[in-house]
Design a binder for this molecule. Structure first.
Ligand SMILES: [Zn+2]
Ligand SMILES: [Zn+2]
Length: 162
């Protein structure tokens, strides 16, 4: 009877190989997802070694908006929301159906105008523009328009507001 090591005896050793390069042995692992990474896969970050996937995921959350994107977002929402609010407030209760649509159109125009760049405060700036325009349109339906359209814009712009 020979006591040759079975495959189960070797199993723990296999788990010290890089997840993307099965032939490379490594002691490093990503400190975010725990995946094993070899020296060429590891990315040194201020918080330790990470795998390329986690680094990429992190980078997509970075601010990419330029300063003028905020001006563009504020200007568009001020102008368009001012117009939409003034028009829709005259329609009475129809505003309940049309305000979210107007908010959707306004956010789509803003998204395109800023080249889909991301900014931490873009949705707040857009809502600020809408509120400013709303000051000139103070009426019951004007306020209802503002509440519905602004919440739509906030929800739609969340994807570019990090
Ligand atoms: Zn990772
Ligand atoms: Zn590797």
């Amino acid at each position: 009877m020979s006591a040759a090591p079975g495959p189960e005896a070797r199993a723990p050793a296999e788990s010290t190989y890089c997840a993307d390069h099965p032939e490379r042995e490594t002691q490093l692992s990503c400190n975010r997802c725990g995946k094993l990474i070899c020296a060429s896969c590891a990315r040194k970050t201020p918080v330790g070694y990470r795998c390329p996937q986690c680094v990429r995921k992190q980078q997509s959350k970075f601010e990419t908006a330029r300063w003028y994107d905020y001006l563009v977002a504020a200007g568009i929402s001020l102008l368009l929301s001012g117009l939409a609010g003034a028009l829709l407030a005259r329609l009475g209760w129809f505003v309940i159906f049309l305000a979210p649509t107007a908010g959707g159109v306004i956010s789509e125009i803003i998204r395109r105008a800023v080249g889909r760049r991301r900014g931490r405060y873009l949705s707040y700036v857009a809502i600020g523009g809408m509120l400013l325009a709303g000051v000139f349109n103070l009426s019951l339906w004007g306020l209802i328009y503002l509440a519905l359209a602004a919440s739509t814009v906030h929800a739609r712009l969340r994807s570019i507001s990090i």
